[in-house]
Ligand binder design. Structure first.
Ligand code: PLP
Length: 438
């Protein structure tokens, strides 16, 4: 592995798991020819991951924003263990169970008030896929001839076909474009272009039969934590609703406290018709997704004809263990301790953000809730594969971050200690200092 031109060995002495991995495993979002060595993580606790040599890494992105309450949190482990001894799995079509019902009640207490029905599934991509299907079939069932989706530029909504179609990031979906559902795209309102965005939206609505609008409210995660304008989004939603466009908030990344409120939609007065939840929903323990909707959407599917129902169902839908993890996660989210931690991380991030805004190598700083993104002001070409270099640098310092292009972002678990957070900030500053010397 190369770091600043020097060869370093992977930080473990007995790479047995890593070596065995190479034989049969094909990893997600990985070009194996360029990245043949995959580090094996042996255990995790709180904000720390440990590799097989015992080296610890601070999980600066909460394992893709899932483990927001920390790894192996005792409250979540206890609830999931108890569930495991009672009911492990059962078909969710035709049966129900206590953990799913309890979760529905707990979610209703924190979701925007207009949400009424929950459709369970097992990951974020299918949560958005179902949202898209709800929008298209809603109009189909009502006999409206509307079958085009609207999405924001640079959005990311997942890896299945509907989700890929509405996503605007080409590294993920370039090879499949010929097979996409029909989509129109709108630029993000940024405060300065709001009037222009609204006028483009009016034209799109006039010229196309738009069925639904899917958006990551206020923060586009995979697009390197791009934040955008609250009022601008509110105005877009208002106009969409006036035209009977089903508004789908993809809160897979933003949900469960990361923006400083339970949901990013809580910042907006225009509430979504449909919401997509996953990632931190099941607290980083067991995969799960949920698509929620309003009474109005549900009513269009409630009919005497079977064919008007939503005929979509994943085998592990509503898995009781995932529900138990989600219930425990929501209990933690609402606890004074976690709410206090969120506020604390927000203010520490704010201070670091203010400092970084003055740094000569930082072009832009974005901060909302516990999310902090720093765009480096470097010519990527001059630095070769800067992104990999940054990743390796932080890993060598015992910090797990996954920079996106020229952006370093942190999205720490709420249980991160102040000392751990300070260590991340210091490593970022040290990295910038080394860059300056180059
Ligand atoms: C991660 C993500 C998805 C996809 O979720 P998966 O569980 O990875 O399929 C969809 N939308 C957003 C906004 C995401 O961040």
């Amino acid at each position: 592995m190369k770091l600043f031109g020097k060869h370093i060995s992977l930080p473990f002495t007995t790479p047995s798991i890593s070596r065995r991995d190479q034989k049969h495993i094909w990893h997600p979002l990985t070009q194996h020819k360029l990245n043949p060595e995959i580090l094996a993580i042996k255990s995790a606790k709180g904000a720390l991951l440990k590799d097989e040599s015992g080296k610890a890494y601070i999980d600066g992105i909460a394992s893709w924003y899932t483990s927001m309450y920390g790894h192996c949190h005792p409250h979540i482990v206890k609830k999931v263990k108890a569930q495991l001894e009672t009911l492990d799995q059962v078909v969710f079509s035709g049966f129900t169970h206590e953990p799913a019902v309890e979760l529905s009640e707990k979610l209703m207490e924190i979701l925007p008030k207009n949400q009424d029905k929950l459709f369970f599934n097992d990951n974020g991509s299918t949560a958005t896929e179902i949202g898209i299907k709800m929008a298209l079939q809603y109009h189909h069932n009502l006999g409206n001839n509307k079958n085009v989706m609207l999405a924001l530029e640079d959005g990311f909504h997942g890896d299945t076909f509907g989700a890929m179609s509405v996503s605007g990031l080409s590294v993920y979906n370039g090879a499949f474009e010929d097979h996409f559902i029909e989509v129109r795209r709108l630029p993000k309102p940024n405060g300065l272009n709001n009037a222009e965005v609204l006028s483009q939206l009016k034209t799109i609505l006039k010229e196309n039969a738009i069925a639904g609008f899917i958006y990551e409210p206020l923060v586009q995660g995979a697009a390197a934590m791009q934040t955008y304008d609250i009022k601008g989004l509110n105005d877009v939603l208002k106009l969409c609703k006036a035209n009977d466009v089903v508004c789908i908030a993809d809160e897979v990344m933003t949900g469960f406290g990361k923006t400083g409120k339970h949901f990013a939609s809580d910042y907006l007065s225009e509430k979504p018709d449909v919401m997509c939840l996953s990632k931190a929903l099941s607290a980083g323990m067991v995969g799960m997704g949920i698509t929620s909707c309003t009474k109005k959407i549900y009513k269009a599917f409630y009919a005497d004809q079977i064919s008007k129902g939503l005929f979509h169902g994943h085998t592990y839908t509503g898995n009781p263990l995932a529900c138990a993890a989600a219930i425990a996660g929501i209990e933690l989210l609402r606890s004074p301790k976690i709410q206090g931690s969120i506020k604390n991380i927000m203010s520490l991030n704010q201070m670091f953000a203010d400092k970084m805004r003055k740094h000569i190598l930082i072009r832009e700083v974005r901060q909302i809730g516990v999310i902090l993104a720093l765009d480096l002001d470097i010519e990527m070409e001059r630095y070769g594969n800067a992104r990999d270099e940054m990743f390796n640098y932080f890993m060598s310092k015992g910090i797990f971050l996954r920079p996106l292009g020229r952006t370093i972002y942190i999205l720490p678990p709420y249980v991160i200690t102040e000392a751990q957070l300070a260590k991340i900030y210091a490593a970022i500053e040290d990295y910038l200092e080394e860059l300056k010397q180059k």
